[in-house]
Design a protein around this ligand. Structure first.
Ligand code: SAH
Length: 589
């Protein structure tokens, strides 16, 4: 096989990015836009030693799972990688993707995954779900002003004003903006020369409130004839907020820092409701969120409700729990959890998002949620370290951009509950959790960890770490937030490993930590000693196992299993010896 060869192959598998995979002499060929079950004619574009890339020339025999893609631009656009696959099969593909990553990267067994994986949550209507769109504005080859989408991996604009993933109203908004630009001769932005005015049109929609936001990103400080644009846009139903965003930099980043409201409110409002039962019935009035042009807000409102409701169910809250929500954004999950928890603490790196989170808490009259600006991997360890030392001056150490308001929050919150969270929820970006963050979670040892992930590969990596350090995966559920694309969200429930499922055991080291200052210090001191002297990291679980072996009481309610359960991680010999040395050092044995 070599470049430019034309071959006929049957597609047998699909890669993580939705590309078809067929084999010739056992060498896989990756073919974009080909689906499992297709027999296709392809041309080889590139050959590596053990695999190659080929271009689809013709579908000779279509797969039975093929559907006619409703969007004529689906191949050139690149936004919808699997639009030609039936929705049912898209869900199967996503479920398989999660499972394969957990197996391959996480090292979990087929049998174990069979037990913990629940059916993926699909969408009732896998089109017209996006509540946000950003359309670039430019010129086509003939010099006409156009808007639409960038063709996959390029900056050529495909003039599609009616993306089927978004709301039909987008088309009307774009027509209004374009005829305004034409009438007043307002130039589109030109990336090459950094000249022209209008760069992007951003639209957002409140699914529950039916409110619309339009924001023009411009390469000026003022939009000429802005009143004329406003006059036209306000005629559209639901128009609530019209603004400009100023971005005069020669950059790929869409939004600049400054926003100016031209008309109406600076934000739109939307609600996220709790959903329950097999048919996801809406319960209650929901939590209101204010969304400004720059805010991060999930783009699929209905699936977000299902995703958060699943996370809430996994958290197992009764109203008594102390919960941390790491990577909390504008507090969406935090406020959702606050409905059922005693206290919620949110951590997020973007100061503006935390300001929004606090506003949102106020807006809903929620008083049991507090928010801190900073990196999860810095705020959590610093906090844990200071609390463990019983240092009430916690605020002085949290330096990560915490303003005066948060300092007093932190002071007020210095109680033992913060030291011993019952549940930690994480919802990190694609790269997953920082190691330091995971290490601190393991040290804090909450009863449950709920992991919400937008990338099942980094999720699998992080789950592996947590399961090597005292946790076990109890439930896994995919949720399709992005129909027609290859992305999938996953929610995972982890619990502290129990020595034996058949015996009611409560390995509650938190409780021990909370009730005995001495014990609390000992666990950490042992860890510190082992790390310093042996360069090894050991978990609470391992320490308790070794203590037990050495005949030291580790709590009345911690029973040893009658038989060794293979599911429970046993402390490796090297770590056991190191922990024993620490116990000796502290004169405990
Ligand atoms: N849970 C929120 C946001 C999830 S997106 C929601 O569902 O709406 C991930 C968030 O993590 C983003 O808001 C991003 O700004 C934030 N983030 C990225 N790196 C971070 C870090 N190291 N520490 C804390 N937050 C971080």
């Amino acid at each position: 096989m070599k470049k430019n060869d034309v071959l006929t192959i049957r597609i047998e598998d699909m890669g993580v990015d939705g590309e078809g995979i067929g084999k010739v002499d056992n060498i896989p060929l990756f073919v974009k836009d080909a689906l499992i079950g297709d027999v296709v004619s392809v041309k080889i574009m590139k050959m590596k030693k053990n695999y190659g890339y080929a271009r689809l020339l013709e579908i000779l025999e279509p797969s039975k799972d093929r559907v006619t893609p409703p969007c004529e631009f689906h191949r050139s656009c690149g936004g919808c990688q699997i639009q030609a696959l039936s929705y049912e099969k898209q869900l199967e593909f996503k479920q398989r993707k999660i499972r394969n990553n957990l197996k391959r990267i996480g090292g979990f067994s087929e049998e174990m995954l069979e037990q913990v994986m629940e059916p993926i949550i699909g969408m009732d209507e896998p089109y017209h779900y996006r509540n946000k769109a950003q359309f670039p504005v430019g010129r086509d080859r003939e010099g006409r002003t156009v808007t639409g989408f960038y063709a996959g991996r390029t900056h050529t604009i495909i003039p599609n004003r009616n993306c089927l993933l978004g709301m039909p109203m987008n088309e009307k908004i774009l027509e209004t903006v374009l005829s305004f630009m034409e009438k007043y001769r307002i130039e589109p932005y030109d990336e090459k020369t950094n000249r022209g005015v209008v760069r992007h049109v951003l639209t957002r929609y409140g699914h529950t409130t039916k409110e619309w936001m339009v924001c023009l990103v411009i390469n000026r400080t003022k939009l000429p004839y802005a009143d004329a644009l406003v006059e036209e846009l306000v005629k559209l139903e639901g128009m609530t907020s019209i603004s400009i965003n100023i971005n005069q930099k020669n950059t790929n980043v869409i939004l600049g820092e400054k926003v100016e409201t031209l008309w109406g409110s600076p934000y739109i409002t939307d609600y996220i409701h709790l959903r329950t039962g097999a048919d996801w019935q809406v319960e209650g009035d929901g939590i209101a969120y204010r969304i400004s042009p720059q805010s991060f807000y999930q783009v699929n409102p209905i699936q977000t409700e299902k995703l958060y409701s699943t996370a809430l169910a996994y958290a197992g809250l009764t109203g008594e729990e102390s919960v941390w929500d790491l990577y909390c954004g504008i507090g969406t999950i935090s406020l959702f959890l606050a409905q059922r928890a005693k206290q919620v603490y949110g951590v997020e790196i973007v100061p503006q998002a935390i300001a929004d989170a606090k506003e949102n808490a106020k807006l809903n009259g929620i008083t049991n949620a507090e928010f801190f600006v900073g990196k999860a991997e810095e705020v959590l360890p610093e906090f844990y370290e200071r609390m463990r030392r019983g240092d009430s001056g916690i605020s002085s150490g949290i330096s990560s951009g915490v303003s005066g308001a948060e300092v007093s929050d932190m002071d007020a919150a210095t109680d033992v509950q913060m030291l011993t969270p019952d549940v930690i929820v994480v919802d990190p970006p694609r790269k997953g959790c920082d190691t330091k963050c995971l290490e601190t979670i393991v040290q804090m040892f909450p009863k449950r960890v709920v992991y919400v992930s937008c990338d099942s590969a980094t999720l699998a990596r992080d789950l592996k770490f947590l399961c090597e350090n005292g946790y076990e995966v109890k439930r896994v559920r995919g949720c399709d937030m992005f129909g027609q694309t290859v992305s999938v969200e996953t929610v995972v429930l982890l619990s502290q490993q129990k020595p034996d499922d058949t015996i009611e055991i409560d390995l509650d080291l938190d409780e021990l930590d909370a009730t005995s200052a001495e014990l609390k210090a000992t666990y950490q001191e042992i860890k510190d000693y082992v790390l310093k002297e042996f360069g090894l990291k050991v978990s609470n679980l391992y320490i308790s196992q070794v203590k037990r072996k050495c005949g030291i009481e580790v709590g009345e309610n911690y029973n040893l299993p009658k038989t060794e359960n293979p599911k429970v991680l046993q402390c490796p010999k090297e770590k056991e010896d190191a922990i024993k040395a620490a116990l000796k050092y502290f004169a405990m044995i």
